[in-house]
Design a protein around this ligand. Structure first.
Ligand code: NAP
Length: 283
């Protein structure tokens, strides 16, 4: 067993649960704190918890993730996704720990038509995206920091696009109308968990993008879900303008994983493989 000790915040969430499982399967020492164990907006509790557990790596999986609601609740989103990260950064410094902050493709405006590099400047177009960018800035207070941006997550312990499509199929919706003018990289959360562990263990620092291969649109992703579930349904491509939502999504948010590949020597996993595993695990 290594001398590493991990502390996970937001451990009841979709990524937090898969990260805890991935650490357990590797016999890593870790403590997994859910929101009821540790509210990351509570500065005293953050200091006390980090001091008590003395981790060498803190992975912040806690976040305000309601993208549309954030437009109305910007203060709450900023407090959880922004200011709290500074508290964690300070606590990480006191403990001499690495802070791993999870961020998002939504920090970009989506104006590019080629993959976003880690050196591209964030320009969020939603309140949620702004709050996550604040979190990246706050993470800079950590002397040892790793910011892992990822995208279009799906995992068995959370609500996600795969479940939304399966629910539509179960309800008998036909045709399924799915937007075909937003491009990104779906990512299976156990793959993200593996990537985070690989990066942290080899002391990667700075900003790294991890997303599964390959890029696609939501329409392509929905078609794959229909195929893999043998659903007898027509999937129809539509424009985002047909589904107006409170928060603007970037039209193009494909993350380049070149730095991840260079640092780890590993290729990103396939989301299609992840989807098959997901469907075999989640009833
Ligand atoms: N989902 C995506 O598609 C996506 C894409 C890119 C990046 N990300 C990022 O990935 C990370 C993990 O997201 P996820 O998908 O796992 O989200 P999630 O399932 O919503 O998990 C977030 C967890 O944080 C908890 N939490 C909320 N406020 C908290 C607080 N003040 N203190 C402690 N815990 C708190 C939530 O608890 P409650 O549920 O009880 O509030 C929840 O368990 C986030 O940083 C997110 O921004 C997500």
């Amino acid at each position: 067993m290594s001398s590493r000790k991990w502390l996970i915040t937001g451990a009841g969430g979709m990524v937090g649960r898969d990260l805890a499982a991935a650490l357990a399967s590797r016999d890593e020492a870790f403590v997994a704190l859910t929101k009821s164990d540790l509210d990351i907006t509570d500065s005293r509790r953050v200091d006390d918890c980090v001091a008590a557990h003395a981790p060498s790596i803190i992975v912040n999986c806690a976040a305000y993730t309601a993208v549309d609601r954030a437009e109305e609740e910007q203060a709450a989103a900023n407090a959880i996704n922004g200011s709290s990260v500074e508290l964690l950064a300070q606590a990480a410094n006191d403990a001499g720990a690495l802070l791993v902050q999870i961020s998002t493709d939504f920090v970009f405006d989506g104006a590019k038509r080629e993959p976003y590099e880690v050196t591209d400047a964030p320009a969020p177009v939603s309140a949620y995206g702004c709050s996550k960018y604040l979190g990246e800035i706050a993470a800079q207070h950590a002397e040892k920091r790793l910011i892992v941006r990822t995208s279009w997550l799906f995992g068995v312990h959370g609500n996600n696009f795969v479940e939304a499509i399966r629910n539509q199929i179960r309800k008998g919706t036909d045709p399924l109308r799915v937007v075909d003018d937003q491009r990104g990289r779906p990512t299976y959360t156990p793959h993200l968990a593996d990537a985070i562990i690989r990066l942290a263990v080899q002391d990667a620092r700075g900003v790294v993008h991890y997303a599964d291969e390959d890029e696609c649109t939501w329409f392509d992703f929905a078609r794959a879900i229909a195929e893999e579930t043998n659903a007898n349904v027509t999937v129809k491509p539509v424009a985002s303008s047909e589904f107006p939502r409170p928060a603007t999504r970037p039209a193009y948010s494909v993350l380049s994983t070149e730095r991840y590949e260079r640092l780890t020597g590993a290729r990103p996993e396939s989301w299609r493989e992840g989807l098959r595993e997901y469907l075999s695990v989640r009833a």
